[in-house]
Design a binder for this molecule. Structure first.
Ligand code: SAM
Length: 229
């Protein structure tokens, strides 16, 4: 899912991604339970904020967090800003720092107590781009800082995988997904999922701990990682 159209994104992502409605809540709750980001006023990076799902949830659970929201898409940032402007807590919380940027281009050495990356890594090719993204995330974290990473993963070889694939198609059909709209929204093209062993190798090279699994719905998986000393 590379998400190019914020207009249709919010509906279609829910129709395509099993468990999407819980992803942001779960991701924020996990980070909030960490030693570093658990502190009052912790600084948290939302990498690839899209239309703002994680920001909205972070505002609700942790209005004290100092949030930095980055996304290379101006349209996505604008959609997130409009969405966040409508929340009741917006005025009571520290202002969100918005930046139109990729994680790789972010000038943030050890600046954050925690980071969230939901459905972003999958859109990068495994040609050095995924490693650059993960290395930049690790660089942006303070020692002990944690990253919640959620992505569509490549299936492991299993006799039951065909059934999982069929279930995903059934999930989408039951959700009423329109294949043409999903393609227009950039949600079904240009994705590069990897398997868990490849992810383990990449995060190790990036300077992050082994990914601890925290969520799975069909092939959508979430992991908790910590910056290595
Ligand atoms: C599928 S959307 C996910 C948005 C949001 N996290 C969510 O869960 O709804 C992926 C987002 O990542 C952004 N993105 C793509 N490459 C990125 C990069 N290298 N660094 C930061 N964000 C990136 C895209 O512009 C897009 O808004």
């Amino acid at each position: 899912m590379s998400a190019s159209s914020p207009g249709s994104y919010d509906l279609i992502v829910q129709q395509l991604v099993p468990g999407y409605a819980s992803l942001a809540r779960l991701s924020v709750a996990l980070l909030a339970a960490s030693a570093a980001a658990g502190r009052p006023g912790a600084s948290v990076l939302v990498a690839g904020c899209g239309t703002g799902a994680e920001l909205l949830e972070a505002r609700a659970q942790r209005p004290d967090w100092q949030l930095t929201a980055i996304d290379p898409s101006a349209a996505m940032l604008t959609a997130a800003q409009q969405r966040l402007g409508q929340t009741a807590t917006a005025e009571a919380s520290p202002a969100i720092r918005w930046q139109q940027s990729t994680v790789e281009a972010l000038d943030a050495e050890a600046a954050f107590d925690g980071a969230l990356s939901v459905l972003v890594l999958q859109s990068l090719a495994d040609d050095g781009s995924k490693l650059a993204f993960l290395t930049a995330l690790a660089r942006s974290l303070r020692p002990g800082g944690q990253l919640v990473l959620v992505d569509l993963m490549a299936p492991e070889r299993s006799p039951l995988q065909q059934q999982v694939d069929a279930a995903w198609i059934g999930f989408q059909a039951a959700s009423g997904v329109n294949a043409a709209e999903a393609a227009v929204a950039g949600l079904t093209q240009g994705i590069h999922p990897i398997g868990s062993s490849r992810l383990a190798a990449l995060v190790e090279a990036a300077g992050l701990s082994d990914p601890a699994p925290i969520f799975q719905a069909l092939n959508v998986q979430g992991f908790l990682l910590q910056k290595l000393p």
